[in-house]
Design a protein around this ligand. Sequence first.
Ligand SMILES: [Zn+2]
Ligand SMILES: [Zn+2]
Length: 184
Amino acid sequence: MAVRAIAFVCLRKELKKTPKGLTLTVAKFLKNVNTVALPIAKMNSETPTIEKSDCIFCNIINKLENTEILYEDDDVCVFRDIKPASDYHILTVPKRHIEDAKSLTTNDKDLVEKMLTTAKELLSKNNLSVDDARFGYHWPPFRSVRHLHLHTIAPESKMGTIARMIFMKNSYWFASPEYVASRL
Ligand SMILES: [Zn+2]
Ligand SMILES: [Zn+2]
């Protein structure tokens, strides 16, 4: 977890140095996050049913991490992003391990619709406007964690410059839910 924060600080420094190298910097940032060594699973003899996976989000879904779950049902799970890009920044993930937005198929149409609806409902519950929020998916190869997740960031108007670049609307590294749905 801390490595991701460090990676972000490095990114901030590099952006100051080389404003031209934005794409490269974003790619590098995401690569750093990817290469974080995950803690080796400890077998607990009393709870042998679920083992730690090498996917951090699967572990959160399976309650193997100390992450607060904001919402869950049979299909989706919602928790906070560890590096919020505005006051409210949540990740909505499918409980089934799907690698990324590019690997979704027509069969996942209902799932991605539900992910977006769930995220919007959480915004409303927190008195945040859907119109002042940014939604999107990383687009391969610019992935952070390799488990599909919908970023929901609000208020969008309070996002900083670097966050706006990392989660840039309709960039080729961050795709809108509309775009992702249109491909299915
Ligand atoms: Zn996973
Ligand atoms: Zn992400």
